[in-house]
Design a protein around this ligand. Structure first.
Ligand SMILES: Nc1ncnc2c1ncn2[C@@H]1O[C@H](COP(=O)(O)OP(=O)(O)OP(=O)(O)O)[C@@H](O)[C@H]1O
Ligand SMILES: CC(=O)N[C@H]1[C@@H]2OC[C@@H](O2)[C@@H](O)[C@@H]1O[C@H](C)C(=O)O
Length: 383
Protein backbone atom coordinates (compact mmCIF):
# COMPACT_ATOMS: atom_id res chain seq x y z
CA UNK A 1 0.00 0.00 0.00
CA UNK A 2 1.29 3.44 -0.92
CA UNK A 3 -0.68 5.12 1.86
CA UNK A 4 0.18 5.46 5.52
CA UNK A 5 -1.55 5.59 8.93
CA UNK A 6 -5.25 4.79 8.81
CA UNK A 7 -5.37 5.60 5.14
CA UNK A 8 -6.36 2.87 2.76
CA UNK A 9 -6.15 2.72 -0.99
CA UNK A 10 -9.52 1.60 -2.27
CA UNK A 11 -11.13 0.96 -5.63
CA UNK A 12 -14.87 1.49 -6.05
CA UNK A 13 -16.92 -0.28 -8.72
CA UNK A 14 -20.33 1.00 -9.76
CA UNK A 15 -22.63 -0.37 -12.42
CA UNK A 16 -25.71 1.77 -11.97
CA UNK A 17 -29.33 1.67 -13.03
CA UNK A 18 -28.50 3.03 -16.50
CA UNK A 19 -26.78 -0.31 -17.14
CA UNK A 20 -24.33 1.44 -19.45
CA UNK A 21 -21.19 -0.11 -17.97
CA UNK A 22 -18.77 -0.14 -15.05
CA UNK A 23 -17.46 3.05 -13.47
CA UNK A 24 -14.26 2.51 -11.49
CA UNK A 25 -12.47 4.98 -9.23
CA UNK A 26 -9.49 4.82 -6.89
CA UNK A 27 -9.25 6.74 -3.60
CA UNK A 28 -6.81 7.11 -0.75
CA UNK A 29 -9.05 7.60 2.24
CA UNK A 30 -9.63 6.99 5.92
CA UNK A 31 -13.32 6.48 5.14
CA UNK A 32 -13.96 9.78 6.84
CA UNK A 33 -12.68 13.28 6.21
CA UNK A 34 -9.59 12.38 4.18
CA UNK A 35 -10.48 11.88 0.54
CA UNK A 36 -7.65 11.93 -1.96
CA UNK A 37 -9.18 11.16 -5.33
CA UNK A 38 -7.14 9.17 -7.84
CA UNK A 39 -7.51 7.80 -11.33
CA UNK A 40 -10.75 6.43 -12.72
CA UNK A 41 -12.03 4.49 -15.71
CA UNK A 42 -15.20 3.48 -17.50
CA UNK A 43 -15.80 0.13 -19.19
CA UNK A 44 -18.89 0.16 -21.38
CA UNK A 45 -21.18 -2.86 -21.66
CA UNK A 46 -21.64 -3.94 -25.28
CA UNK A 47 -25.14 -3.72 -26.75
CA UNK A 48 -25.70 -7.47 -26.43
CA UNK A 49 -24.87 -7.55 -22.71
CA UNK A 50 -27.09 -4.51 -22.09
CA UNK A 51 -29.91 -6.34 -23.84
CA UNK A 52 -29.39 -9.41 -21.68
CA UNK A 53 -29.33 -7.30 -18.51
CA UNK A 54 -32.55 -5.58 -19.57
CA UNK A 55 -34.19 -8.96 -20.19
CA UNK A 56 -32.89 -10.16 -16.82
CA UNK A 57 -34.78 -7.32 -15.11
CA UNK A 58 -38.00 -9.00 -16.26
CA UNK A 59 -36.91 -12.40 -14.96
CA UNK A 60 -35.89 -10.82 -11.66
CA UNK A 61 -39.46 -9.65 -11.03
CA UNK A 62 -40.23 -13.22 -9.88
CA UNK A 63 -37.70 -13.05 -7.02
CA UNK A 64 -39.17 -13.13 -3.54
CA UNK A 65 -36.03 -14.11 -1.57
CA UNK A 66 -32.85 -12.19 -2.29
CA UNK A 67 -30.68 -15.27 -2.87
CA UNK A 68 -32.94 -16.62 -5.66
CA UNK A 69 -31.46 -16.57 -9.15
CA UNK A 70 -34.19 -17.75 -11.54
CA UNK A 71 -33.67 -18.40 -15.25
CA UNK A 72 -30.60 -16.81 -16.76
CA UNK A 73 -29.72 -14.75 -13.65
CA UNK A 74 -27.13 -17.15 -12.24
CA UNK A 75 -25.18 -17.19 -15.49
CA UNK A 76 -25.40 -13.40 -15.91
CA UNK A 77 -24.21 -12.89 -12.34
CA UNK A 78 -21.02 -14.85 -13.07
CA UNK A 79 -20.43 -12.95 -16.30
CA UNK A 80 -21.10 -9.60 -14.66
CA UNK A 81 -18.64 -10.41 -11.87
CA UNK A 82 -15.99 -11.46 -14.37
CA UNK A 83 -16.52 -8.27 -16.38
CA UNK A 84 -15.85 -6.32 -13.17
CA UNK A 85 -12.68 -8.34 -12.60
CA UNK A 86 -11.53 -7.56 -16.15
CA UNK A 87 -12.26 -3.85 -15.63
CA UNK A 88 -10.08 -3.88 -12.48
CA UNK A 89 -7.30 -5.82 -14.18
CA UNK A 90 -7.26 -3.44 -17.15
CA UNK A 91 -7.21 -0.43 -14.82
CA UNK A 92 -4.38 -1.85 -12.72
CA UNK A 93 -2.33 -2.61 -15.83
CA UNK A 94 -2.94 0.92 -17.16
CA UNK A 95 -1.91 2.49 -13.84
CA UNK A 96 0.98 0.04 -13.25
CA UNK A 97 -0.54 -1.17 -9.99
CA UNK A 98 -0.27 -4.64 -8.51
CA UNK A 99 -2.64 -6.25 -6.05
CA UNK A 100 -0.59 -5.31 -3.00
CA UNK A 101 -1.15 -1.64 -3.88
CA UNK A 102 -4.89 -1.97 -3.25
CA UNK A 103 -6.32 -2.54 0.23
CA UNK A 104 -9.94 -3.06 -0.63
CA UNK A 105 -12.50 -2.97 -3.40
CA UNK A 106 -16.05 -1.68 -2.90
CA UNK A 107 -18.34 -3.64 -5.23
CA UNK A 108 -21.87 -2.41 -5.90
CA UNK A 109 -23.09 -5.03 -8.38
CA UNK A 110 -26.09 -4.62 -10.66
CA UNK A 111 -29.41 -3.81 -9.04
CA UNK A 112 -32.02 -6.18 -10.46
CA UNK A 113 -34.85 -5.49 -8.10
CA UNK A 114 -35.50 -2.95 -5.37
CA UNK A 115 -38.66 -3.18 -3.28
CA UNK A 116 -38.14 -1.16 -0.14
CA UNK A 117 -41.69 -1.81 1.12
CA UNK A 118 -40.79 -5.51 1.26
CA UNK A 119 -37.25 -4.84 2.51
CA UNK A 120 -36.05 -6.63 -0.62
CA UNK A 121 -33.09 -5.46 -2.68
CA UNK A 122 -31.17 -7.63 -5.11
CA UNK A 123 -27.79 -6.75 -6.60
CA UNK A 124 -26.15 -9.29 -8.89
CA UNK A 125 -22.46 -9.67 -8.08
CA UNK A 126 -20.37 -12.41 -6.48
CA UNK A 127 -18.09 -10.68 -4.00
CA UNK A 128 -16.18 -13.85 -3.09
CA UNK A 129 -15.54 -14.72 -6.74
CA UNK A 130 -14.22 -11.22 -7.42
CA UNK A 131 -11.98 -11.31 -4.33
CA UNK A 132 -10.59 -14.70 -5.22
CA UNK A 133 -9.85 -13.85 -8.84
CA UNK A 134 -8.17 -10.53 -8.01
CA UNK A 135 -6.52 -11.57 -4.75
CA UNK A 136 -7.85 -8.37 -3.14
CA UNK A 137 -10.37 -7.95 -0.31
CA UNK A 138 -13.83 -7.04 -1.55
CA UNK A 139 -16.64 -5.37 0.39
CA UNK A 140 -20.00 -5.96 -1.29
CA UNK A 141 -23.74 -6.10 -0.58
CA UNK A 142 -23.73 -2.69 1.09
CA UNK A 143 -27.48 -2.03 0.91
CA UNK A 144 -29.05 -5.02 2.65
CA UNK A 145 -28.27 -4.31 6.30
CA UNK A 146 -29.79 -0.84 6.08
CA UNK A 147 -33.06 -2.45 5.00
CA UNK A 148 -33.08 -4.86 7.92
CA UNK A 149 -32.97 -1.78 10.15
CA UNK A 150 -35.96 -0.07 8.55
CA UNK A 151 -34.05 1.87 5.86
CA UNK A 152 -34.88 2.19 2.18
CA UNK A 153 -31.54 0.60 1.22
CA UNK A 154 -30.80 3.66 -0.93
CA UNK A 155 -29.40 6.16 -1.55
CA UNK A 156 -25.97 5.36 -0.06
CA UNK A 157 -23.81 8.01 -1.72
CA UNK A 158 -25.05 10.94 0.44
CA UNK A 159 -22.56 10.48 3.28
CA UNK A 160 -19.80 10.68 0.66
CA UNK A 161 -21.35 13.82 -0.81
CA UNK A 162 -21.12 15.40 2.63
CA UNK A 163 -17.44 14.48 2.88
CA UNK A 164 -16.87 16.08 -0.54
CA UNK A 165 -18.81 19.19 0.45
CA UNK A 166 -16.58 19.61 3.49
CA UNK A 167 -13.58 19.71 1.15
CA UNK A 168 -14.95 22.29 -1.30
CA UNK A 169 -12.74 25.32 -1.71
CA UNK A 170 -12.92 28.85 -3.05
CA UNK A 171 -16.25 30.41 -3.83
CA UNK A 172 -18.17 27.16 -3.20
CA UNK A 173 -16.78 26.44 0.26
CA UNK A 174 -19.20 28.65 2.15
CA UNK A 175 -22.32 28.15 0.07
CA UNK A 176 -24.87 26.27 2.17
CA UNK A 177 -27.31 24.70 1.91
CA UNK A 178 -25.88 22.78 -1.00
CA UNK A 179 -27.56 19.97 -2.88
CA UNK A 180 -25.80 17.26 -4.89
CA UNK A 181 -28.04 15.99 -7.69
CA UNK A 182 -27.01 12.64 -9.13
CA UNK A 183 -28.71 12.25 -12.50
CA UNK A 184 -28.12 8.59 -13.28
CA UNK A 185 -30.72 6.08 -14.45
CA UNK A 186 -32.77 7.33 -11.51
CA UNK A 187 -32.09 10.74 -9.93
CA UNK A 188 -31.29 11.21 -6.29
CA UNK A 189 -30.45 14.26 -4.23
CA UNK A 190 -28.36 14.93 -1.16
CA UNK A 191 -29.04 18.06 0.91
CA UNK A 192 -26.34 19.42 3.21
CA UNK A 193 -27.74 22.21 5.37
CA UNK A 194 -25.99 25.22 6.85
CA UNK A 195 -25.79 23.24 10.11
CA UNK A 196 -24.32 20.25 8.18
CA UNK A 197 -27.62 18.39 8.46
CA UNK A 198 -27.83 15.57 5.91
CA UNK A 199 -31.02 14.68 4.03
CA UNK A 200 -31.31 12.52 0.96
CA UNK A 201 -33.81 10.72 -1.22
CA UNK A 202 -34.48 9.56 -4.75
CA UNK A 203 -36.01 12.50 -6.59
CA UNK A 204 -37.55 10.68 -9.56
CA UNK A 205 -36.67 9.51 -13.05
CA UNK A 206 -33.18 10.24 -14.40
CA UNK A 207 -31.90 9.04 -17.75
CA UNK A 208 -33.37 5.54 -17.77
CA UNK A 209 -36.62 6.62 -19.44
CA UNK A 210 -34.77 8.76 -22.00
CA UNK A 211 -32.38 5.88 -22.74
CA UNK A 212 -35.22 3.41 -23.25
CA UNK A 213 -37.11 5.89 -25.44
CA UNK A 214 -34.23 6.72 -27.79
CA UNK A 215 -33.05 3.12 -27.91
CA UNK A 216 -36.48 2.02 -29.07
CA UNK A 217 -37.14 4.88 -31.52
CA UNK A 218 -33.69 5.91 -32.74
CA UNK A 219 -31.52 2.84 -32.06
CA UNK A 220 -29.01 4.81 -29.98
CA UNK A 221 -28.24 4.04 -26.32
CA UNK A 222 -28.70 7.60 -25.01
CA UNK A 223 -29.51 11.12 -26.18
CA UNK A 224 -25.97 12.45 -26.53
CA UNK A 225 -25.79 16.01 -25.22
CA UNK A 226 -29.60 16.20 -25.35
CA UNK A 227 -29.36 16.71 -29.13
CA UNK A 228 -32.55 14.77 -29.90
CA UNK A 229 -34.48 16.53 -27.14
CA UNK A 230 -33.32 19.92 -28.38
CA UNK A 231 -35.28 19.29 -31.61
CA UNK A 232 -38.53 18.60 -29.78
CA UNK A 233 -41.11 20.34 -27.61
CA UNK A 234 -42.51 19.56 -24.20
CA UNK A 235 -45.85 17.75 -24.39
CA UNK A 236 -47.54 19.06 -21.28
CA UNK A 237 -50.17 16.36 -20.91
CA UNK A 238 -47.50 13.65 -21.12
CA UNK A 239 -45.28 15.54 -18.68
CA UNK A 240 -48.21 15.92 -16.27
CA UNK A 241 -48.91 12.21 -16.44
CA UNK A 242 -45.47 11.62 -14.95
CA UNK A 243 -45.44 14.52 -12.55
CA UNK A 244 -48.83 13.64 -11.04
CA UNK A 245 -47.51 10.25 -9.93
CA UNK A 246 -48.29 9.47 -6.26
CA UNK A 247 -44.51 9.18 -5.78
CA UNK A 248 -44.32 12.99 -5.68
CA UNK A 249 -47.22 13.54 -3.28
CA UNK A 250 -46.48 10.72 -0.83
CA UNK A 251 -45.60 11.97 2.65
CA UNK A 252 -42.59 9.72 2.83
CA UNK A 253 -40.32 9.47 -0.18
CA UNK A 254 -39.54 5.88 -1.12
CA UNK A 255 -36.43 4.78 -2.98
CA UNK A 256 -37.16 3.83 -6.55
CA UNK A 257 -36.90 0.67 -8.57
CA UNK A 258 -35.87 1.17 -12.20
CA UNK A 259 -39.34 0.02 -13.29
CA UNK A 260 -41.33 2.38 -11.07
CA UNK A 261 -41.50 4.81 -13.99
CA UNK A 262 -41.89 3.49 -17.54
CA UNK A 263 -41.21 5.17 -20.89
CA UNK A 264 -44.14 6.55 -22.92
CA UNK A 265 -46.19 4.12 -24.99
CA UNK A 266 -45.53 4.01 -28.75
CA UNK A 267 -47.75 6.63 -30.37
CA UNK A 268 -47.79 8.94 -27.34
CA UNK A 269 -45.05 11.11 -28.86
CA UNK A 270 -42.69 11.54 -31.77
CA UNK A 271 -39.03 10.72 -31.05
CA UNK A 272 -37.89 14.30 -30.42
CA UNK A 273 -40.94 15.40 -28.43
CA UNK A 274 -40.68 12.29 -26.28
CA UNK A 275 -36.99 12.95 -25.53
CA UNK A 276 -37.71 16.63 -24.85
CA UNK A 277 -40.62 15.84 -22.55
CA UNK A 278 -38.67 13.23 -20.60
CA UNK A 279 -35.75 15.65 -20.11
CA UNK A 280 -38.26 18.21 -18.80
CA UNK A 281 -39.80 15.62 -16.46
CA UNK A 282 -36.37 14.72 -15.07
CA UNK A 283 -35.61 18.38 -14.33
CA UNK A 284 -39.08 19.13 -12.94
CA UNK A 285 -38.91 16.09 -10.66
CA UNK A 286 -35.58 17.27 -9.27
CA UNK A 287 -36.96 20.79 -8.73
CA UNK A 288 -39.93 19.29 -6.87
CA UNK A 289 -37.54 17.91 -4.28
CA UNK A 290 -37.22 21.41 -2.84
CA UNK A 291 -40.62 21.02 -1.18
CA UNK A 292 -39.09 18.35 1.08
CA UNK A 293 -36.12 20.48 2.17
CA UNK A 294 -35.99 22.68 5.25
CA UNK A 295 -34.07 25.68 3.89
CA UNK A 296 -33.76 27.58 0.64
CA UNK A 297 -30.80 26.36 -1.39
CA UNK A 298 -27.72 28.33 -2.36
CA UNK A 299 -26.00 25.81 -4.62
CA UNK A 300 -26.91 22.82 -6.82
CA UNK A 301 -24.05 20.54 -7.91
CA UNK A 302 -25.00 18.27 -10.80
CA UNK A 303 -23.34 14.90 -11.12
CA UNK A 304 -24.01 11.66 -13.05
CA UNK A 305 -24.43 11.20 -16.80
CA UNK A 306 -27.55 13.38 -17.04
CA UNK A 307 -25.47 16.51 -16.51
CA UNK A 308 -24.31 15.98 -20.12
CA UNK A 309 -27.89 16.41 -21.39
CA UNK A 310 -28.11 20.15 -21.89
CA UNK A 311 -31.91 20.16 -22.00
CA UNK A 312 -32.05 18.67 -18.49
CA UNK A 313 -29.55 21.24 -17.24
CA UNK A 314 -31.35 24.15 -18.93
CA UNK A 315 -34.75 23.09 -17.61
CA UNK A 316 -33.39 22.65 -14.12
CA UNK A 317 -31.67 26.03 -14.22
CA UNK A 318 -34.98 27.67 -15.19
CA UNK A 319 -37.00 25.72 -12.62
CA UNK A 320 -34.63 26.69 -9.78
CA UNK A 321 -33.81 30.25 -10.89
CA UNK A 322 -35.01 31.73 -7.59
CA UNK A 323 -33.19 29.27 -5.40
CA UNK A 324 -29.46 29.22 -5.91
CA UNK A 325 -26.90 28.58 -8.55
CA UNK A 326 -26.71 25.41 -10.67
CA UNK A 327 -23.24 24.10 -11.54
CA UNK A 328 -21.82 20.80 -12.78
CA UNK A 329 -19.46 18.86 -10.53
CA UNK A 330 -16.38 19.80 -12.57
CA UNK A 331 -16.92 23.52 -11.83
CA UNK A 332 -16.39 22.67 -8.17
CA UNK A 333 -13.27 20.60 -8.97
CA UNK A 334 -15.11 17.27 -8.67
CA UNK A 335 -15.61 14.44 -11.15
CA UNK A 336 -19.26 13.88 -12.05
CA UNK A 337 -18.57 10.66 -13.94
CA UNK A 338 -16.66 8.83 -11.24
CA UNK A 339 -18.34 10.18 -8.08
CA UNK A 340 -20.51 7.13 -7.40
CA UNK A 341 -17.58 4.76 -7.92
CA UNK A 342 -15.51 6.95 -5.58
CA UNK A 343 -18.35 6.67 -3.07
CA UNK A 344 -18.22 2.88 -3.21
CA UNK A 345 -14.48 2.97 -2.52
CA UNK A 346 -15.07 5.32 0.45
CA UNK A 347 -18.00 3.26 1.75
CA UNK A 348 -15.92 0.06 1.58
CA UNK A 349 -13.31 1.64 3.87
CA UNK A 350 -16.06 2.84 6.20
CA UNK A 351 -17.46 -0.68 6.25
CA UNK A 352 -14.05 -2.09 7.23
CA UNK A 353 -13.93 0.47 10.06
CA UNK A 354 -17.52 -0.27 11.17
CA UNK A 355 -18.55 3.32 10.53
CA UNK A 356 -22.10 4.22 9.48
CA UNK A 357 -22.97 4.15 5.79
CA UNK A 358 -26.52 5.38 6.22
CA UNK A 359 -28.43 7.68 8.56
CA UNK A 360 -32.07 8.29 9.48
CA UNK A 361 -31.97 11.36 7.22
CA UNK A 362 -30.63 9.51 4.19
CA UNK A 363 -32.45 6.16 4.01
CA UNK A 364 -34.84 6.40 6.94
CA UNK A 365 -32.86 3.75 8.81
CA UNK A 366 -33.72 3.61 12.51
CA UNK A 367 -30.21 4.65 13.61
CA UNK A 368 -26.87 5.29 11.88
CA UNK A 369 -25.97 1.94 10.34
CA UNK A 370 -22.88 0.31 8.94
CA UNK A 371 -23.16 -2.50 6.39
CA UNK A 372 -21.44 -4.54 3.73
CA UNK A 373 -20.01 -8.04 3.56
CA UNK A 374 -16.25 -8.68 3.45
CA UNK A 375 -14.82 -11.34 1.14
CA UNK A 376 -11.11 -11.98 1.64
CA UNK A 377 -8.87 -12.06 -1.37
CA UNK A 378 -7.07 -15.41 -1.55
CA UNK A 379 -3.38 -14.79 -1.12
CA UNK A 380 -3.87 -11.09 -0.53
CA UNK A 381 -1.60 -9.30 1.89
CA UNK A 382 -4.39 -8.98 4.50
CA UNK A 383 -5.28 -12.69 4.51
N1 LIG B 1 -22.85 12.73 -23.35
C1 LIG B 1 -24.02 12.41 -22.80
N2 LIG B 1 -25.14 13.08 -23.15
C2 LIG B 1 -26.33 12.79 -22.60
N3 LIG B 1 -26.51 11.83 -21.69
C3 LIG B 1 -25.44 11.13 -21.30
C4 LIG B 1 -24.14 11.38 -21.82
N4 LIG B 1 -23.28 10.52 -21.24
C5 LIG B 1 -24.00 9.77 -20.40
N5 LIG B 1 -25.30 10.12 -20.43
C6 LIG B 1 -26.42 9.53 -19.70
O1 LIG B 1 -25.98 9.13 -18.44
C7 LIG B 1 -26.28 7.75 -18.21
C8 LIG B 1 -25.23 7.14 -17.32
O2 LIG B 1 -25.18 7.90 -16.15
P1 LIG B 1 -24.54 7.36 -14.82
O3 LIG B 1 -23.34 6.57 -15.12
O4 LIG B 1 -24.46 8.50 -13.89
O5 LIG B 1 -25.71 6.40 -14.36
P2 LIG B 1 -25.72 5.15 -13.41
O6 LIG B 1 -24.57 5.20 -12.49
O7 LIG B 1 -25.91 3.96 -14.26
O8 LIG B 1 -27.09 5.35 -12.66
P3 LIG B 1 -27.55 5.47 -11.12
O9 LIG B 1 -26.93 6.69 -10.54
O10 LIG B 1 -29.02 5.58 -11.30
O11 LIG B 1 -27.13 4.21 -10.47
C9 LIG B 1 -26.34 7.14 -19.60
O12 LIG B 1 -27.17 6.01 -19.61
C10 LIG B 1 -26.90 8.28 -20.42
O13 LIG B 1 -28.30 8.30 -20.33
C1 LIG C 1 -31.37 0.29 -5.40
C2 LIG C 1 -30.41 1.10 -6.22
O1 LIG C 1 -29.52 0.57 -6.84
N1 LIG C 1 -30.62 2.43 -6.19
C3 LIG C 1 -29.77 3.35 -6.91
C4 LIG C 1 -30.56 3.95 -8.06
O2 LIG C 1 -29.72 4.80 -8.85
C5 LIG C 1 -29.83 6.14 -8.33
C6 LIG C 1 -30.75 5.98 -7.17
O3 LIG C 1 -31.53 4.84 -7.56
C7 LIG C 1 -30.02 5.64 -5.86
O4 LIG C 1 -30.99 5.45 -4.87
C8 LIG C 1 -29.21 4.34 -5.95
O5 LIG C 1 -27.88 4.52 -6.30
C9 LIG C 1 -26.99 5.44 -5.74
C10 LIG C 1 -25.63 5.11 -6.21
C11 LIG C 1 -26.98 5.49 -4.20
O6 LIG C 1 -27.26 4.49 -3.55
O7 LIG C 1 -26.64 6.55 -3.69
Amino acid sequence: MATGGDLKRAIGLMSGTSMDGIDLAMLDTDGDAVVDRGASSFTAFDADFRKRLTAALETAKAITEREERPGELAEIEIELTDRHAEAVEAFMARESLNRDDIDVIGFHGQTMLHRPRQALTVQLGLGARLAERLGIDVVYDLRARDMTMGGQGAPLVPAYHRALAAGLSGEWAELRPVVFVNIGGISNITYIGSDDVLLAFDSGPGNALIDQWVTRHAGVPYDSGGAIASEGRVLSSLANQYLSSPFFTAKQRISLDRNDFLPPEDGQAELEDGARTLAFVTAAAIAKAQAHLPEKLKLWILTGGGRHNRMIVEDLTVATRHSGQVIVAEQAGLNGDSMEAEAWAWLAVRSLRGLPLTYPGTTGVSEPATGGVLARGYGCKNA
